[in-house]
Design a protein around this ligand. Structure first.
Ligand code: NDP
Length: 242
């Protein structure tokens, strides 16, 4: 029986690339999404066209009941869970002085509460030898103005990862985070001028934007046979954007 991976936020961007890569590596993949069912179905169709196995399941990662159902439906469809990639995330930007509590709550709910809820269900369902991969961001090291709520959410994720790795002692399950640098997706590109994009693209010594595949390569490593000795780490995957 094929191993099974859940990838949250897999309808678009980095998550879609991870779903396609894990399917190519032989996993049956759950393509989770929040609202964009057409994009999720497109991701599933792309995987099936390449002879992979995939299924789209809607669930808001911030909603406990929906996260519970995501795992239950996965087990119903494929019988097991081996890899969980919590890639879903949002990045509303606003200066701290503005006190935009709505934006703060939304990003904390999706990015941090979402990771917490996904971790809790993963602990329940994931098989012995499983791999859990969360998402942080390399922008933590930059402290750019307006990134306060986003950076707070991702700092929280980096805090949860080693604690969860310790809590799973004895089950041969690894827990890691991947922290991309600027990567060419809607999340990064939306709302930025061409000049801003060009400037941020040049910050890494490799002088280009990351592509979703660059990040999927590292997730595939952590999820696959060669990644088994990496545990409780945040892997900065950013072309040297430090
Ligand atoms: P995109 O905006 O391109 O895609 C976001 C994905 O997350 C979509 O599939 C979206 O689903 C889904 N999503 C959003 N909110 C929820 C929710 N509440 N529940 C379930 N799914 C949700 O983002 P990226 O691919 O760029 O980002 C992926 C991850 O990488 C994020 O965690 C982000 O913080 C992180 N990251 C990205 C960087 C970048 O430069 N792009 C840099 C550093 C980190 P739908 O289509 O239904 O809306």
């Amino acid at each position: 029986m094929a191993k099974v991976a859940i990838v949250t936020g897999a309808s678009r961007g980095i998550g879609r690339s991870i779903a396609k890569r894990l399917a190519a590596d032989g996993f049956a993949v759950i393509v989770n999404y929040a609202g964009n069912s057409a994009a999720a179905q497109e991701a599933v169709d792309e995987i099936r066209k390449a002879d992979g196995e995939a299924l789209a399941i809607q669930a808001d990662v911030a909603n406990p009941e929906q996260v519970k159902q995501l795992f239950e439906k996965t087990v119903e469809a494929y019988g097991r869970v081996d890899v969980v990639v919590n890639n879903a995330g949002i990045m509303p930007l606003s200066p701290i002085a503005q006190g935009d509590l709505e934006a703060f709550d939304k990003v904390i709910n999706t990015n941090l509460r979402g990771t917490f809820l996904i971790f809790a269900q993963a602990a329940k369902h994931i098989a012995e030898g499983g791999r859990i991969i969360a998402f942080s961001s390399s922008v933590l090291a930059k402290s750019f103005p307006t990134y306060g709520p986003y950076i707070a959410s991702k700092a929280g994720v980096e805090g949860l990862v080693p604690v969860f790795a310790n809590e799973l002692r004895g089950r041969n399950i690894t827990v890691n985070a991947v922290a991309p640098g600027p990567t060419g997706t809607d999340l990064f590109l939306t709302g930025k001028s061409p000049e801003q994009i060009a400037q941020l693209s040049k910050l890494a010594p490799l002088e280009r934007l990351g592509q979703p595949e660059d990040i999927a390569n590292v997730v595939a490593f952590l999820a696959g046979p060669d990644g088994g000795w990496v545990n409780a780490q945040t892997i900065r995957t950013n072309g040297g954007f430090a």
